[in-house]
Design a protein around this ligand. Structure first.
Ligand code: UDP
Length: 328
């Protein structure tokens, strides 16, 4: 069942966005994909172009949006997401989290669209509690090396909640934890693509710090299912009327927590690599632990991840092999 039939996906040519576009088409939606291709890649959605229900616009969500686009639902995914990318493009990251979020919310306000708003586990910063429930306010350095991303997302959450309360815009905030799958860039810089590329090319795996920090990795298909369920959730809000309380705010991630060192060992094993491990300095403000409490997602959306890491890693190896062979 779909909420409305026309979806706008900002950041739709990115890793996660392209998987979402594919799934939305399969669910019967008409899909407008918007991406400025800063880290997204038009090739990620090339195979969708033959479908006349799919349109791609190369556009920047921080610029005024095309008024002709009248979606029923907006999946707002546009953002730099890798620490390497967002620290390379700090101003763009802050602008997409502020101006971009504003443009999307205004479009929703004018047209009455529902918004599934991608937020992040980074709103919890370097958490003092583990796992992190949605009620946790976080431990964020507002001027640290990750601040351009963390604070942009925290601001955009505040803006989305203000649009919900003040204008009655139907927003659902999805706090997305580390996710992996095909179409991640080889030069993405995040842990999974780095380790896959290093393992498959026989180079040492670069473990930052002593590798005892933890992450919880979610397979992309599970994450997309969570976004769909957030979209289809029945809100009690009356659109256009001021609201009290909070919109739906929900963690989406796989709670199977692992240390980075464990992940390196698993990737060496799944690729059959004879790579060694090379310990490198830990970047500043790197969270020591991260694991989603998904009690709310289970209860409200009936969602939990289905693909265990052992299977997800196995499924993603062929993609990295092919991408390396293509040199892209
Ligand atoms: N990491 C690592 N080696 C790499 C890339 C990342 O050890 O080549 C570590 C990084 O320090 C962090 C974790 O892996 O502790 C996850 O990093 P990633 O960049 O994927 O995203 P984050 O979860 O930090 O946003």
């Amino acid at each position: 069942m779909s909420v409305g039939k026309r979806a706008l996906v900002t950041g739709g040519a990115g890793f996660l966005g392209s998987h979402l576009c594919e799934r939305l088409l399969a669910e019967g939606y008409e899909v407008v994909c918007l991406d400025n291709l800063l880290t997204g890649d038009a090739k990620n959605v090339l195979h969708l172009q033959a479908d006349d229900r799919f349109t791609f616009h190369k556009a920047d969500v921080t610029e005024p949006l095309n008024e002709d686009v009248t979606p029923d639902i907006i999946f707002h995914l546009a953002s730099l997401a890798s620490p390497v990318h967002y620290s390379t493009y700090p101003i763009e990251t802050l602008r997409v989290g502020s101006l971009g979020a504003d443009n999307v919310l205004e479009l929703a306000r004018r047209g009455g669209a529902t918004v599934v708003f991608s937020s992040t586990s980074e709103v919890y910063g370097d958490p003092e509690i583990n796992p992190q429930p949605e009620s946790y306010w976080g431990n964020v350095n507002p001027v640290g090396p990750r601040s351009m991303y963390d604070e942009a997302k925290r601001y955009s959450e505040a803006l989305a909640v203000a649009f919900y309360r003040h204008y009655g815009v139907d927003v659902r905030l999805a706090r997305i934890f580390n996710t992996y799958g095909s179409r991640m860039r080889l030069d993405d810089g995040r842990v999974l693509p780095n380790f896959m590329v290093q393992a498959l090319t026989g180079k040492p795996l670069t473990v930052y710090g002593d590798g005892s920090q933890t992450r919880s990795l979610c397979f992309v298909d599970d994450l997309v299912e969570g976004l769909l369920r957030a979209a289809h959730w029945q809100s009690k809000l009356t659109k256009g009327q001021p609201q009290t309380g909070e919109p739906l705010i929900v963690n989406l991630g796989n709670p199977d927590e692992a240390t980075v060192l464990q992940l390196a060992q698993e990737i060496i094993a799944v690729t059959g690599s004879d790579s060694t491990i090379d310990y490198k300095p830990l970047p500043g403000d790197d969270p020591q632990v991260r694991c989603p409490d998904i009690t709310r997602a289970k209860k409200i959306l009936g969602w939990e991840p289905k693909v265990p890491r052992s299977e997800g890693l196995r499924r993603v190896v062929p993609y990295f092999k092919e991408a390396l062979a293509r040199g892209s």
